[in-house]
Structure formats: C-alpha cells, structure tokens
Ligand binder design. Structure first.
Ligand code: HEC
Length: 113
C-alpha cells in the first residue's frame, strides 16, 4: 500500500515537472539584440500602425498610445504578437522582424528613447 502511494506520488511529480518544462516562455532565449531599439522611431510607430486603431481608449482592457501604457503592457503585447495570448493583430501576425524589435526593446529595459 505504501509503495503504491510512493509510485503515485512520483508519477504526479514527474507530470508536474513536464508541465512546468513545457510552459511556453514569451521570450526567445536565442534572440540576439545587437542594436539599440528606439522607442520613438521604432516601437511607437509599430504600435500606432498595428494596435492603436483598436486599443486607443481602453478597448479590451488595453490603451496603447504612449511610452507609459505601452511599457506597462509590454509583456502581454509580446505574448499576443506571438499568439501565446490571443493573436494580435487579429487578422494575422506581424512580421518576425517587428516582433523581434519589440522583444529586444523589452530586453533592453523598455527605454523611452
Ligand atoms: C482590429 C482591432 C485590433 C487590433 C488591430 C489589435 N487588437 Fe488587440 N484586441 C482587440 C480585441 C477586440 C481584443 C479582445 C479580444 C477578446 O477578448 O476576444 C483584443 C485583445 C488584446 C489583448 C488581450 C489578449 C488576451 O488573450 O486576453 C492584447 C494583449 C492585445 N489585444 C494587444 C494588441 C497588440 C499588441 C496589438 C498590435 C500588435 C493589437 N492588440 C491589435 C482588437 C484589436
């Protein structure tokens, strides 16, 4: 009886470990960010061209119009650009190069530059 309990516990622990290992990270560990991303020249235009049309006044819980609200929501934004949360823009993912710019900007500390 005791042995069965221990086996069940081990199976449960292994399952938990597998689940934790499989949980998709929003970050790409291999991504190289060689150049400094500019908020005003790259990130703001990216968001204004692709997101602000629907997210300008709290639609779906997100206002994405300036450095302060974009940096506060950046992780959710990246997650939706990658389709880990609901895919955004809804009609098709952005080009990888733009998603990578956004990710690099986060990794560089979300500067207001
Ligand atoms: C055509 C309008 C539209 C565009 C463009 C758009 N969104 Fe959305 N977004 C929505 C709507 C509507 C929802 C709520 C969807 C729902 O709950 O079914 C939403 C939800 C979200 C969510 C929450 C997703 C979730 O799973 O809870 C995030 C984050 C988000 N948008 C970020 C973005 C970003 C970043 C962009 C630009 C790359 C963007 N959106 C572009 C309309 C849009």
């Amino acid at each position: 009886m005791k042995k069965t309990n221990i086996s069940l516990l081990s199976i449960f622990l292994i399952l938990v470990l597998v689940l934790v290992a499989c949980k998709k990270s929003i970050y790409d560990k291999k991504l190289q960010c060689n150049s400094t991303i500019s908020f005003s020249n790259q990130i703001l235009p990216l968001v204004e061209n692709n997101c602000t049309v629907c997210h300008s006044a709290g639609e779906a819980g997100y206002t994405l119009t300036n450095h302060s609200n974009i940096s506060a929501n950046a992780e959710d934004m990246l997650s939706s650009m990658k389709g880990i949360m609901q895919l955004m823009p809804q009609d098709g993912a952005l080009p990888d190069s733009l998603i990578q710019q956004f990710e690099c900007w986060i990794k560089q500390g979300k500067p207001n530059n």
